[in-house]
Design a protein around this ligand. Sequence first.
Ligand code: AMP
Length: 359
Amino acid sequence: MNDPLPQGATIGILGGGQLGRMLSVAASRLGFTTHIFEPGANPPAGQVAHKITAASYEDTKALQTFAQSVDVITYEFENIPTSALDVLEKICTIHPGRKALAVSQDRLIEKEFLTGLGLKVAPYADITNAKDARGAIASIGTPSILKTRRMGYDGKGQIRLIEASDMTSAWHVMDGAASILEGFIDFTHEVSVIAARASDGQVACYDPGENVHKDGILRSTQVPANLSTSQRMDAVLIAAKILNALDYVGVMGVELFVTADGFIVNEIAPRVHNSGHWTQNGCDICQFEQHIRAVACWPLGDGARHSDIRMENLIGADMDRIAELRKSDAALHLYGKSEVKPGRKMGHVNFRSLRSSPS
Ligand code: AMP
């Protein structure tokens, strides 16, 4: 294990959105400072971080200066260009490491990695041209989902196919982007495990949460999830297996479909995760602090859940609810974004109640 970072050390964070913002707050509570690297103007994390570098991921000089000014680098999103990582890694340690990024940046590599671990994933076929697209629809059938291999998030880069004939127009929309066709899973519900691994290999998983998505975007997470004790144990073991295989350091979100035949792994996110926001008010040590502890080579904290939580995302016009929510007992977390746009995550709210069941 590397030496734990001392008080006053600086954590570099790639990405200045709400996740970078909440990571900065957690880091600050542990006595660290944060330095955000973000190409966009006025990022939410910039309001709370110690320092911000506004530059593009193609700007080698800015990347080098950033890496020289921090003690460890982490990130809030997985789609960081490889060329930027190459520059940064020469100067400073990046947690979680490159293997986790390589796997999660590409849906095909991710599926191959997960099946290689003996885990179940949706049936899939690799598509790089129109001939593959025809072959994929013949082997996977419908209903199915065409997904770009790279750069997809929150349901973006995905097209649902109901009839085999839908493939022609869907492939046209993909405009030649390498893709996979995924068989549609008839799941009963969706859950996720927020799992953490320290630099000495210690693993701690939060209680699985039950997620509801609409239009590919997470709407709510409920804890405890509707799972039996043995399912809960299985879900946590799946997450731990993935983290160990990647020699992972940090927090990861592992999304699972619950089916009559067991869990199917949907995807992994090598970062703090929207479906883990409930931990801010359901646990003493939330996912953001846990991630900072891991990347700072500290021991992990206790992720035990003390309350039942329902987390609801505040997306776009949901901000109209703020006046009411302000008056309630619910814990509000707002991201400081000035402009409300449809589909834009503006904040979230955690409704807490007495813990109802053991885990
Ligand atoms: P993703 O971006 O892959 O996490 O997909 C976003 C959401 O779309 C998931 O959380 C599911 O609700 C739905 N979805 C994605 N892939 C599938 C699938 N193969 N079968 C059924 N639903 C899916």
